[in-house]
Design a protein around this ligand. Structure first.
Ligand SMILES: C[S@@+](CC[C@H](N)C(=O)[O-])C[C@H]1O[C@@H](n2cnc3c(N)ncnc32)[C@H](O)[C@@H]1O
Length: 391
């Protein structure tokens, strides 16, 4: 899942990011006439009924218990809502379930470590598949709920829930045979939970042990997206007659998590980076990769789109899933990076460049992305560098 901005390291969760990530719902309004006078503007009413009252903001943010929305924002994995979203992502959860149930030979009589157990779902799958013991490590307060769930389902003798950060807990065993985790964030590396999995691997994984999933790759393509770029980026150029283009700068620097329609894709899809979770070093999650996207039709390009695939290569047969626009949508959707230029590209022409990805130095859960692109086409010659930050 995602993680919220400046939250501390265990305060990740897509509650935060989804709040920043609008979906493509557009309101209908009459845009053909610009109001010329103050009076004309003023006649447009708000949507408040006469007897409706503005509720107190503090009160509206308060939740049923003694936690506020802010608490949830900064510790969103403690709230069941984010787990509901992940569990209901059938592509995600069913893939893990199939990997575990259809490959019980990987788990039978094995010691398993579940890094970031959440509700304990992956631990329960492993227990059901015959694991000897599962250590379910969860840093948020969902840990106590996971413990309750394990008990409710009669697996307390097999699954031990440990509350704490993987980097700080003590495991009652020296080694584990299997490390399982669902650590992927938006744009694959947003949230930086991969580091925690690598930490666990280096500390506890037996020499012949396995990490699941063990492969992840980041991919790139380019899309036509005139309407939405207009709505989300150019909107700031003229807001009720005022120039707010300083916000446009912020908006374009923030990658947008959203679903992309297949018919928007203008070029081929290219793999940018592949990671072997069983071998890689944490610094390998920072990289610069070249790209060469070839136009498959004459069209305009407004944005680059990144997505990831994960795979479990230790299974009987290769298993995994894709979060790409040509596959069934997952809760990760895709990550859209709007370009400053509108590129007019002809079939066969290539958009070339590099993408550099690294955790933000101040807040390593954020991701800094630098894209250099150039097009030397029949109708369009352009070369530019753009900086983005996922927060
Ligand atoms: C993406 S969720 C996955 C939850 C669960 N495994 C599932 O598949 O539904 C990641 C979980 O890892 C936890 N987490 C993140 N970093 C952690 C760390 N360093 N130590 C322990 N838990 C962590 C989060 O609180 C969150 O519940």
């Amino acid at each position: 899942m995602d993680v919220g901005n400046n939250a501390d390291s265990n305060a990740s969760g897509s509650l935060a990011a989804t709040a920043n990530q609008p979906t493509k719902i557009k309101f209908q309004y009459d845009e053909d006439e610009e109001a010329e006078t103050i009076e004309e503007v003023a006649t447009e009413s708000s949507n408040l009924d006469e007897d409706s009252t503005m509720c107190d903001r503090e009160e509206s943010l308060a939740t049923g218990d003694d936690k506020t929305s802010a608490d949830y924002y900064f510790d969103s994995y403690s709230h069941f809502g984010i787990h509901e979203e992940m569990l209901k992502d059938v592509i995600r959860t069913k893939t893990y379930q199939n990997v575990i149930y259809k490959n019980s030979f990987l788990f039978k009589d094995k010691i398993v470590l579940d890094v970031g157990a959440g509700t304990g779902i992956l631990s329960l799958f492993c227990a059901k598949a015959g694991a000897k013991h599962v250590y379910a490590v969860e840093c948020s307060s969902m840990a106590s709920t996971a413990e309750e769930i394990v008990k409710l389902n009669g697996y307390s003798n097999v699954v031990t829930v440990l509350k704490g950060k993987i980097e700080e807990i003590e495991l009652p065993v020296a080694q584990v045979d299997v490390i399982i985790s669902e650590w992927m964030g938006y744009f694959l590396v947003y949230e930086n939970m991969l580091d925690s999995v690598l930490y666990a691997r280096d500390k506890w994984l037996a020499k012949d042990g396995i990490v699941l999933p063990d492969k992840a790759s980041l991919h790139l393509t380019a899309i036509e997206d005139a309407d939405y770029k207009e709505d989300k980026i150019e909107f700031w150029n003229n807001v009720y007659g005022f120039n707010m283009s300083c916000i446009r700068k912020q908006a374009i620097a923030e990658p947008l998590v959203d679903t992309v329609e297949q018919n928007q894709i203008v070029t081929n899809c290219q793999m940018l980076k592949t990671m072997d979770i069983s071998k890689m070093d944490s610094v390998d999650a920072s990289f610069t990769a070249p790209f060469k996207l070839v136009a498959e039709r004459d069209d305009y390009i407004h944005a680059l789109v990144a997505y990831f695939d994960v795979s479990f290569t230790k299974c009987h047969k290769l298993m995994g899933f894709s979060t790409g626009p040509k596959s069934r949508t997952t809760h990760w959707k895709q990550t859209v990076l709007y370009l400053e230029d509108v590129l007019s590209i002809c079939e066969g022409e290539t958009l070339t460049g590099t993408m550099a990805v690294a955790p933000n130095k101040k807040n390593p859960r954020d991701v800094d992305i630098t894209v250099k692109y150039s097009l030397n086409g029949k109708h369009c010659q352009v070369s530019r560098t753009q900086h983005y930050r996922m927060r």
